[in-house]
Design a protein around this ligand. Structure first.
Ligand code: ATP
Length: 576
C-alpha cells in the first residue's frame, strides 16, 4: 500500500531530521467542508458557542452513508450488523482520505468514533485483494500479497479493545472479515512518551523512550527493524524523546518481504496486528537472527551497500571507504534516502500543535504532505457534557465525594431502569485505594483499577463494571481510549494533573453522541487553575491553554500551595 511519497534522510550522527526537500512546512490549509464535517485549520479553536448546535452532531449528515464514503457493501453490512448504521462526522471526514492512500492525522475529541475511522479503511484496503464475503471458500481467502497493517496502542486494554472492535465486523457466516490479533506482553511499558504512539515500530527508534533498564537491554539487542506500521492509535503528548525518535523514523520497505518471512507472517497469520510496542519487541526477539553488523548500521540510518548496488537516487556522501581491520573492502558508507512505502495514520484525542517540539509541530515537519482531520471539539469540552465544580477542604472532601457518587447514581441522564456507571478518577494508586475504602465504608459498591492490580484483575473489574455498572475507582490508566459504553458520570476526586489527562478523563462519558455529567472536586490550591479551565469551557476554547504544557498540573499546584500557605506540598493530601 503505497502512500504519498516523502523521503526522509537522517544524519545518524546527530539524529537531526533533515528532510532535503521539505523544509517549508505549509500549515495545512484545510478549511473545506467535507460531507458536513467541517475540516478546519489544525489547532484552531473548536466550534464557537454560536455554532454549537451545528457542530453538536456525533453522526454525519443523513445523506452520508458508508457506501458514499467508498466502503464496500460487505463491510457496510458488517458495520450495520453491529449497530453502526451511519458514519460519525469524524469517520466521514477521515475514511475517504485513508482509502485514497494518503497519510492522515486524525485528531478529534474523545468518543468521536476514531477507532472505526481507521479500522474501516484498513480492513477495506487489506481485504480488497481477498474475497471476504460469506461465499468465499478457504483458499480464496489466502492472501494474494503480503499486505499487513499494524495498530500500535499505548496499553494492553486498548489493544484488546481494538481487536474486539475489528473482530466484531463479520461476514454473513459470522466470521471476522479479517483476522485481527493482539500481541500484548506482560510487561507493558508505561507509555508516557508520545513516541510509542507514533512509532514506526522500528525497534531502534523505540528505545529512545523506554526506561533506562529497558534501554540497556535494547541497546545490546539493537538488531531489529520492522516494516509493518500503518496505523497508530490514540495519541498523547510528551515530547521529551519524540523528536529524537521521529528523527529516526525511516522506511525500510525493501526489507519488507524479508521481515514478513522473519515475522512468520504467513498467509495464515492475522491480517491486522494490534500490539503494544514492547510486546512486539519481545515477539521479534524470539524469531529474529539478523546479521549483526549490517543490521546495526542499517538501523542507524546508514546502509552499507556494494558500490555497484548504488542507484542514482542514493546520495553518496564523501565518506572514507569503510574498511575492517586487516580487510580492506570496497564498501562505502552511503547515506541512502529511504523511500517510505507505508501509509501512516496518526490518531489522537489530544495533539497540541503550537511549538516546534509539540507532536503536531513535529508531525507537520516529518509529514508535510499529510492530511489533517481535526474534530470540531478537539481539546475543547464536549457540549453534551454537564460539568459540576465543587470546592472542598480536607475536612469536607469525604462528604463531597460520597454526595457526588450518590447524586451521580441517580443522574437525570439515564432512565431509572438502566445500569448506572460512575468512574471516579484519582491521581495515584494510594488515592485509589483510599477512595475505594471510603466508598465501601459508605456501603457504596465499587471496583478498583490501577497499575498495582494484576492485568487479570483489571480486566475482570473492567468487565464487571461494563456489565453490572456501579462505581469504578481508577487512575489515569483507565482514562486513555478505553471505550466503556454508557458511563453516565465521571467524578474527579483529585483534579487532573495535566490538560491531556483532564480531557481524557472527562471523555469517558458523553461518548458517541450521548450526554454525561462530570463532577470535579478541587481544593483551594488549584482554584485558579480550575477557573482557567472553566473559562476555556465558557469560551469553547481549547483547554490545553489552561495548563502549561511543559509542566504537569501537579508542579503548579505544589508551587502555588507552597507559596501561598507556606505549607510543604507534602501536606496536599488526597480526600481521605
Ligand atoms: N458510526 C457510529 N455510529 C454509532 N456509534 C459509533 C459509531 N462509530 C463509533 N461508535 C461508537 O462510539 C463509541 C466511541 O468510539 P471510539 O472508541 O472509536 O471513539 P474514539 O474517538 O476512539 O474515543 P477515544 O479518543 O476516547 O479513544 C464506541 O462505543 C463506538 O461503538
Amino acid at each position: 500500500m503505497n502512500s504519498s511519497m516523502a523521503v526522509c534522510h537522517c544524519d545518524p550522527r546527530s539524529y537531526t531530521y533533515n528532510p532535503p526537500n521539505t523544509r517549508r512546512h505549509p500549515f495545512p490549509k484545510l478549511n473545506k467542508r467535507v460531507l458536513g464535517y467541517k475540516i478546519r485549520p489544525f489547532g484552531t479553536t473548536g466550534a464557537a458557542a454560536k455554532d454549537r448546535s451545528e457542530a453538536d452532531t456525533f453522526l454525519a449528515e443523513e445523506s452520508v452513508t458508508w457506501a458514499s464514503l467508498g466502503v464496500s457493501d460487505c463491510i457496510s453490512r458488517a458495520l450495520c450488523n453491529v449497530g453502526l448504521h451511519r458514519p460519525s462526522t469524524v469517520q466521514a471526514a477521515c475514511i475517504p482520505t485513508i482509502l485514497a492512500g494518503a497519510d492522515v492525522v486524525v485528531a478529534a475529541e474523545t468518543g468521536s468514533g476514531k477507532t472505526h475511522g481507521y479500522l474501516v479503511p484498513l480492513i477495506h484496503n487489506l481485504s480488497s485483494t481477498l474475497d471476504v464475503t460469506e461465499n468465499a471458500v478457504d483458499d480464496a481467502k489466502v492472501r494474494k500479497h503480503c499486505n499487513y497493517s499494524l495498530v500500535l496502542c499505548p496499553n494492553v486494554m486498548l489493544c484488546e479493545q481494538v481487536v474486539r472492535m475489528a473482530n466484531s465486523l463479520c461476514n454473513g457466516n459470522g466470521e471476522p472479515l479479517l483476522k485481527t490479533a493482539a500481541i500484548c506482553g506482560r510487561q507493558v511499558l508505561n507509555c508516557s512518551f508520545f513516541i510509542y504512539l507514533y512509532l514506526y515500530v522500528h525497534i531502534l527508534v523505540m528505545y529512545g523512550g523506554v526506561s533506562p533498564n529497558n534501554r540497556s537491554w535494547l541497546e545490546e539487542n539493537e538488531k531489529y527493524s520492522l516494516t509493518h506500521v500503518v496505523v497508530v492509535e490514540n495519541g498523547m503528548v510528551d515530547f521529551s524523546s519524540f523528536s529524537w525518535v521521529l528523527n529516526r523514523l525511516q522506511d525500510i520497505s525493501e526489507r519488507q518481504e524479508e521481515w514478513s518471512r522473519r515475522l512468520g507472517l504467513s498467509d495464515k497469520e492475522p491480517d491486522i496486528i494490534v500490539s503494544t510496542p514492547v510486546a512486539l519487541l519481545n515477539y521479534l526477539y524470539a524469531i529474529d537472527h539478523p546479521e549483526k553488523h549490517r543490521r546495526a548500521e542499517f538501523m542507524r540510518g546508514v546502509k552499507y551497500v556494494e558500490l555497484e548496488d548504488l542507484d542514482d537516487k542514493s546520495v553518496v556522501e564523501d565518506f572514507e571507504t569503510e574498511s575492517e581491520v586487516g580487510k580492506k573492502r570496497d564498501w562505502r558508507r552511503v547515506r541512502k534516502i529511504y523511500r517510505r512505502s507505508k501509509q501512516y495514520v496518526f490518531v489522537a484525542a489530544t495533539l497540541p500543535v503550537n511549538g516546534k517540539q509539540t507532536a503536531g509541530g513535529l508531525l507537520k515537519r516529518m509529514f508535510p504532505d499529510v492530511s489533517w482531520v481535526s474534530g470540531n471539539y478537539l481539546h475543547c469540552q464536549n457540549p453534551r457534557l454537564e460539568q459540576k465544580w465543587v470546592e472542598v477542604t480536607i475536612d469536607t472532601q469525604v462528604d463531597a465525594l460520597i454526595n457526588a457518587v450518590n447524586n451521580g447514581l441517580k443522574p437525570r441522564m439515564v432512565s431509572a431502569t438502566e445500569v448506572v456507571r460512575t468512574m471516579v478518577f484519582v491521581n495515584t494508586v494510594e488515592a485509589a485505594e483510599a477512595v475505594a475504602k471510603i466508598l465501601m465504608g459508605a456501603q457504596i459498591r465499587c471496583v478498583r483499577y490501577h497499575s498495582k492490580i494484576s492485568q487479570e484483575e483489571r480486566t475482570e473489574n473492567l468487565v464487571d463494571f461494563q456489565q453490572k455498572g456501579g462505581v469504578f475507582v481508577c487512575t489515569d490508566s483507565a482514562a486513555r481510549g478505553l471505550d466503556i459504553p454508557n458511563v453516565s458520570h465521571v467524578i474527579q476526586a483529585e483534579f487532573a494533573s495535566s490538560a491531556v489527562d483532564f480531557l481524557h478523563r472527562v471523555g469517558r462519558t458523553a461518548r458517541a453522541g450521548q450526554h454525561g455529567l462530570v463532577t470535579s472536586l478541587f481544593t483551594e490550591s488549584n482554584r485558579d487553575l480550575v477557573a482557567a479551565v472553566r473559562q476555556a469551557e465558557e469560551l469553547s476554547s481549547p483547554v490545553e491553554k489552561a495548563f502549561s504544557r511543559k509542566r504537569g498540573f501537579r508542579n503548579k499546584l505544589k508551587k502555588r500551595a507552597g507559596l501561598r500557605d507556606g505549607v510543604s506540598s507534602a501536606q496536599l493530601r488526597v480526600p481521605t
